[in-house]
Write a protein that binds this ligand. Structure first.
Ligand code: HEC
Length: 119
């Protein structure tokens, strides 16, 4: 009797872990012809960009969907305008260069560019 309970418990645990892992994973989309070594480098940059985005941008830009927080799909034009920090005066005060350096912003842009689009 006891062992059956333990097995059921373990199965539930494994399901939870698999589910959580799948949900928290943000995947990226790279051009098909990108060489593997380059891709590995971009994945590292995207991971850093994601962490920086979560800290500096998600508060204003994510939309809640149940327990999830959805990152918007910015267009390439929006990203370029934003990277130059000229398009949006609202950002001047909320995220000046002293908070998000040019290098950090570059990582965030890389992440947003290759982030898998929302369905
Ligand atoms: C204090 C709130 C706030 C924070 C923090 C913030 N934004 Fe924004 N952002 C806005 C608002 C407001 C707009 C303009 C409304 C809109 O176009 O949706 C905007 C617009 C944008 C746009 C679209 C620009 C365009 O040309 O249409 C991009 C891209 C963007 N933000 C990226 C970022 C990134 C990247 C970060 C983090 C480094 C960030 N934002 C942090 C409030 C914020």
């Amino acid at each position: 009797m006891m062992s059956k309970k333990i097995i059921l418990f373990l199965m539930a645990m494994i399901t939870c872990i698999a589910y959580a892992g799948q949900r928290s994973k943000v995947r990226y989309e790279f051009p098909a012809n990108m060489p593997d070594a380059v891709k590995q480098e971009y994945i590292k940059q995207c991971d850093k960009g994601l962490a920086l985005y979560d800290i500096n941008c998600s508060g204003c830009h994510n939309t809640p969907a149940g327990k999830r927080s959805v990152i918007p799909d910015f267009s390439q034009d929006q990203l370029i305008g934003y990277e130059l920090r000229v398009k949006n005066p609202k950002h001047e005060s909320s995220i000046p260069e002293t908070t998000v350096t040019a290098e950090e912003l570059g990582l965030i842009m890389t992440f947003l560019t290759y982030k898998k689009k929302n369905e």
